[in-house]
Ligand binder design. Sequence first.
Ligand SMILES: CC(C)(COP(=O)(O)OP(=O)(O)OC[C@H]1O[C@@H](n2cnc3c(N)ncnc32)[C@H](O)[C@@H]1OP(=O)(O)O)[C@@H](O)C(=O)NCCC(=O)NCCS
Length: 210
Amino acid sequence: MNFSIAKLIRLPSYYFWHLSARVQFAIRGVKWPKHLTIKGPLGLSAIGRIELGDHITIVNDSKYNRAGINHPTQLVAGRDAILKIGNNVGMSGASIYAESSIEIGDHVLLGANARIYDTDFHPIHFQDRVAGAPAKTAAVVIGEHVWLAANVTILKGVHIGARSVIAAGSVVTSDIPKDCLAGGIPAKVIRKITENDLYNHPNSKLDNPN
Ligand SMILES: CC(C)(COP(=O)(O)OP(=O)(O)OC[C@H]1O[C@@H](n2cnc3c(N)ncnc32)[C@H](O)[C@@H]1OP(=O)(O)O)[C@@H](O)C(=O)NCCC(=O)NCCS
């Protein structure tokens, strides 16, 4: 039977965090999606609208993802903002903060501690900060099948094309086209992702046994 003692021990906490998330969703008026897996405590703040697709996994604690999670996932939609997450999306210790609009496509993978902000939170000039002036905001779009590796930050106004990969620790300040590997601070396109990247492709650089 494929049921380890560790899994058995974790079962009560799984149901606890699931129940606690259900209460948060109900209080915030967020529709509970089909097949939501929650591991550890979730932070949810929805004055605006949060929409989650089906088959979502949200991991909030390093004991469930040994890549190293710094904090529980935070999903935030400010007043009049929309945060829309597609189907089959996985995230671990993400901070997704929408003041206007963030759209995440289907099959997106957000590595440990990925941050997606559509706002600067504060204005540049100190007098504006003192006066409590609003920060700049601009919509963010993450295309389907995108993978953000660990500790990636996506800033306001960025569009990431479908199937692209952003390397660990990158800060993305401008658009990345589809089917690209990009990385660095600020992130730049490193190369196109092609069939040669397939594990079983004859030209694959991976050391595969076939
Ligand atoms: C995205 C990733 C998988 C790409 O790996 P890869 O295809 O083997 O890429 P390479 O290591 O061959 O690097 C290609 C180029 O990108 C550069 N690069 C790789 N990672 C980079 C990074 N994080 N930031 C900036 N540049 C980077 C390399 O220096 C190399 O540059 P060069 O061609 O001038 O030598 C890898 O960079 C990465 O981020 N791995 C960590 C994944 C992770 O965080 N997993 C846990 C959470 S899910």
